[in-house]
Design a protein around this ligand. Structure first.
Ligand SMILES: Nc1nc2c(ncn2[C@@H]2O[C@H](COP(=O)(O)OP(=O)(O)OP(=O)(O)O)[C@@H](O)[C@H]2O)c(=O)[nH]1
Ligand SMILES: [Mg+2]
Length: 381
């Protein structure tokens, strides 16, 4: 047989691509913030998008009711043979009185519950087909009429920062002039830094990217927090359909970059950073959660009083562990991406993680055995 220099691994990228295309992509976006800032309106307008041209666009404005519980909306989109399952999680807004106290718990619990479900899936038998409901990005709505971040905003951001990719947005951008908006953006960025809040870190742009890409990337980074206008009105001018908000003085277009950063946000989420948001969710946030769970489980196994009651499932134990982590002052940050003076050094963290991960297979095997025992017990009852 004739030998040549061609080995053939170059098509590995195609193979990987084909596999992910076949499987499809799952992406979940969560929307959090004070009541009345336009979260549900934004969700509605996201789903009105002309991105999905086969969808009917409602012509009458939907009256958005106050959201009182977490609402998930999922749509499956297929574009050029690539499937995307996009889920938007709309959360109830908090008030500015006592009601705000502890209202972050609902959101934190939702994020943790999805991690717990994924963790359960990973240790189950059907590992290859886990449905990924983890929250890949969280838009945090900030009011336009304040002077920056309030105590309640800081509380929410701090509770969520090591669990999810946070993207701050300024709601109702139509209420501010350009210079007011610039001032508010600067102020918010300064407060984020002063309070050591970890929002999503945009990856550095590769030096071999083209100039267009680089300048877009730069614009994205400098636009944070994105200024958003939500609207469910549509207007047709010369056959071109526009989405936006009808105001007494005119029509504000959501997609017009002169009016808001909505187009930028949509491109960021859907076109340019979806994979990175998913990677950071998996490699950093979920990894933190998993390491915490494994170390807690190792602790539980050592403790003599560990309960092995047949009706307390592994997932319940994990959910409990997660809840205890999210609430109290013992919250331990194992965020691996950034060096912060408040946290352990990167090297220490890596060593700790290495050690815990080395125990991982062993733990998962034990969990398997536990689950099988439980199943056997349940069947025999
Ligand atoms: N001016 C202006 N008003 C908006 C905008 N987006 C939404 N609104 C209006 O603000 C009001 C509240 O909007 P919602 O979408 O229900 O707000 P929400 O954040 O979901 O509120 P909760 O469900 O209580 O948390 C509605 O009357 C919207 O029409 C915007 O961008 N600009
Ligand atoms: Mg709402």
């Amino acid at each position: 047989m004739e030998q040549d220099n061609f080995i053939g691994f170059a098509n590995i990228a195609d193979q990987v691509h084909r596999k992910s295309v076949k499987r499809g992509f799952e992406f979940t976006l969560m929307i959090v913030g004070e009541s009345g800032l336009g979260k549900s309106t934004l969700v509605n307008s996201l789903f009105l998008s002309d991105l999905y041209s086969d969808r009917k666009i409602p012509s009458v404005q939907d009256r958005v009711k106050r959201t009182t519980e977490i609402q998930k909306t999922t749509m499956e989109i297929e574009e050029k043979g690539v499937k995307l399952r996009l889920t938007v999680v709309d959360t109830p807004g908090f008030g500015d009185g006592l009601e705000g106290n502890g209202s972050w718990k609902v959101c934190v619990k939702y994020v943790d519950d999805q991690f717990a479900a994924y963790f359960d899936g990973e240790s189950g038998l059907n590992r290859k087909n886990i449905v990924d409901t983890r929250v890949h990005c969280c838009l945090y709505f900030i009011p336009p009429y304040g002077h920056g971040l309030r105590q309640i905003d800081l509380e929410f951001l701090k509770r969520l920062q090591y669990k999810v990719n946070l993207i701050p947005v300024i709601a109702k951008a139509d209420c501010l002039t350009k210079s007011e908006m610039k001032k508010l953006k600067d102020r918010i960025n300064q407060e984020i830094e002063e309070n050591d809040i970890e929002i999503y870190q945009f990856p550095d742009c590769d030096s071999d990217e083209d100039e267009d890409f680089k300048s877009h990337d730069q614009m994205l980074k400098s636009s944070i927090p994105f200024a958003i206008i939500g609207g469910t009105n549509t207007l047709e001018i010369g056959g071109k359909r526009m989405r936006g908000r009808q105001m007494p003085w005119g029509f504000v277009e959501m997609d017009n970059p002169e009016h808001s950063d909505f187009a930028l946000l949509r491109r960021f989420l859907i076109q340019t950073h979806m994979q990175d948001l998913k990677d950071v969710t998996h490699d950093v946030h979920y990894e933190n959660y998993r390491v915490q769970c494994l170390s807690e489980m190792a602790g539980l196994q050592k403790a003599p009083s560990t309960s092995t009651s047949s009706n307390s499932s592994t997932s319940q134990q994990l959910a409990h562990i997660a809840a205890s982590h999210s609430g109290g002052s013992t919250e331990r940050s194992t965020h691996l991406r950034k060096n912060s003076a408040l946290h352990k050094s990167q090297e220490e963290l890596e060593q700790e993680t290495e050690k815990l991960l080395a125990e991982k297979d062993e733990e998962i095997k034990k969990m398997h055995a536990m689950i099988q025992q439980m199943q056997a017990k349940l069947q025999s009852n």
